[in-house]
Design a binder for this molecule. Structure first.
Ligand code: EPU
Length: 467
């Protein structure tokens, strides 16, 4: 785990045998713990006086990278199956490894706890990434309000922030827009601050609530997580959290939604287990209105005899991505694939248009790159502007000609591309499977267990950094 300058991109490829529109997948898929919950709790380890443990943690490239970041700082991380034990008390550096931190935007999560505990942190100015610019201005201004001094230093490897604060002081902070990791990071920073912090216009994602509940059970004083106003009573000098019990990682709602969308298009009998259907209520509601028959219990979602439901009889509809509990941007790409398959003659109740849907991305300014994959597969869709796609339903998809490859551009676009390749006729090749591995554990094995023919071709590691 101490290898600096290692390669962060494995150029593995996935080979997908299309089902040619047949709904032949069957079986059960177990949903893993949420990557976007585990990452935050791993970062929170810095607030503890000794070892703390996560259960039901997923094995993703992103969780591995946070483990590596903490290890390089001097902390100890032991990953044993679904358990991750972290002891941050041996941390002896406050400079995040610049290459690693730059390769994953969510490393910024560590800066809050580091600043709260050690009063200083250095980290590289994150670059944009494939889905958008992803600035951290809201983090920086919140740190300043908490009394920290922020300096921008230039170094050989690129610019970095050097932030210092003898002791963070509670403050009133209004986020100009709802940011998930921003809310979590500043909430964690405030846990060890002196005095009370009030955060307004907070994001309300279930991962935030889960993080706050866990921190509270270990001694933090956080109120209101899951609403737009969060109040944190800082523990002040010498205060640290004590791990009274392990963190049970909540089910991954994006994985749940991804498998459900795939299931409606490609499965006959599918049971999604160990999930929390409440966290994807908006998706289930859209799909039911479109015509899918979805059976939900407290922790399972089931499709029965779904092959009888023709995709051509599904109704089109419009989606608009939104902060939770609205429609997640992380399901936007898989949803677009779904909408390419709905009935060409069915009426969209939102617009009255026949066979047409509109996808409106409000969170990111660049999350449509995958559309080029769908076009290669024969989908009919038009990117109207960087935020809107017009999708025509009822397209028969066909694998690209041999030699022409598809590519995973980001985690969710990667899954969407697998979905489209499964719907299609013929064999598709998807490059950069690595991106899918950042968020979905053993994707080929889990799809194979449902009867899909998805194979991985391993490639030698190449010394390349992904921004
Ligand atoms: N933003 C700013 N300034 C900031 C912070 C955010 O302008 O200081 C903007 C962003 O550029 C974006 C919007 O605010 O346009 C919302 O971004 P947010 O900060 O909420 O996103 P995030 O916290 O970086 C998390 C998830 C993403 C998910 C988004 C939106 C994690 C580790 N990541 O990102 O997950 O798309 O919330 O729900 O929790 C994924 O898992 O594939 C993924 C990208």
């Amino acid at each position: 785990m101490h290898t600096h300058h290692r390669s962060y991109m494995k150029k593995d490829t996935l080979i997908v045998e299309g089902l040619a529109g047949k709904k032949s997948l069957n079986g059960e898929v177990r949903i893993n713990g949420a990557k976007n919950a585990a990452l935050k709790v791993m970062a929170a380890s810095v607030l503890f006086d000794g070892p703390m443990k996560l259960m039901n943690a997923p094995h993703t490239e992103d969780t591995n990278r946070v483990a590596e970041l903490i290890t390089i700082l001097g902390g100890s991380v032991v990953i044993d199956k679904k358990e991750i034990t972290i002891d941050a008390s041996s941390i002896d550096s406050t400079d995040l490894d610049p290459d690693l931190a730059r390769s994953m935007r969510s490393s910024v999560l560590l800066t809050g706890p580091m600043l709260g505990r050690y009063g200083k942190v250095k980290f590289p100015v994150p670059g944009g990434c494939v889905i958008g610019a992803r600035p951290i201005d809201l983090f920086i201004s919140a740190y300043e309000k908490l009394g920290a001094e922020v300096k921008l230093e230039s170094s050989k490897g690129g610019d970095q922030y050097a932030i210092t604060a003898k002791k963070l002081k509670g403050a009133e902070i209004f986020f100009n827009l709802q940011t998930v990791t921003g809310t979590e990071t500043i909430m964690m920073a405030a846990v060890l601050a002196e005095g009370k912090t009030v955060l307004r216009n907070c994001a309300m994602e279930p991962e935030i609530t889960s993080l706050a509940e866990f921190l509270n059970s270990c001694g933090a004083k956080i109120h209101g997580a899951g609403t737009t106003t969060i109040t944190i009573g800082g523990l002040g000098s010498g205060g640290l959290l004590k791990a009274k019990h392990a963190y049970e990682t909540i089910p991954d709602r994006v994985e749940t939604g991804s498998f459900l969308l795939l299931g409606v298009l490609c499965a006959d009998n599918l049971k999604i287990t160990h999930c929390n259907p409440e966290h994807i209520e908006v998706l289930i509601s859209h799909l039911r209105e479109s015509g899918a028959n979805i059976i939900v219990t407290k922790d399972t979602i089931e499709l029965r005899d779904n092959a009888k439901l023709k995709n051509s009889s599904l109704k089109p509809f419009n989606i608009r991505t939104h902060e939770y509990p609205g429609f997640s941007t992380d399901l936007q790409a898989p949803m677009t694939v779904f909408l390419t398959q709905v009935g060409a003659d069915e009426i969209n109740p939102n617009s009255g248009a026949r066979g047409e849907s509109i996808v409106f991305e409000t969170i990111y300014e660049g999350r449509f790159k995958y559309v080029s994959n769908l076009e290669k597969l024969g989908a009919q869709l038009t990117v109207m502007n960087p935020r809107e796609i017009l999708v025509k339903g009822g397209a028969s998809l066909k694998a690209p000609e041999p030699g022409e490859e598809l590519e995973a551009y980001d985690i969710r676009a990667g899954f969407a591309t697998i979905m489209a390749a499964l719907v299609a006729k013929g064999t598709s090749v998807i490059k950069n499977a690595y991106f899918i591995d950042r968020g979905y554990e053993n994707i080929e094995g889990r799809l194979a267990a449902l009867g899909a023919d998805v194979r991985r071709v391993h490639a030698d590691e190449q010394p390349e950094i992904v921004i």
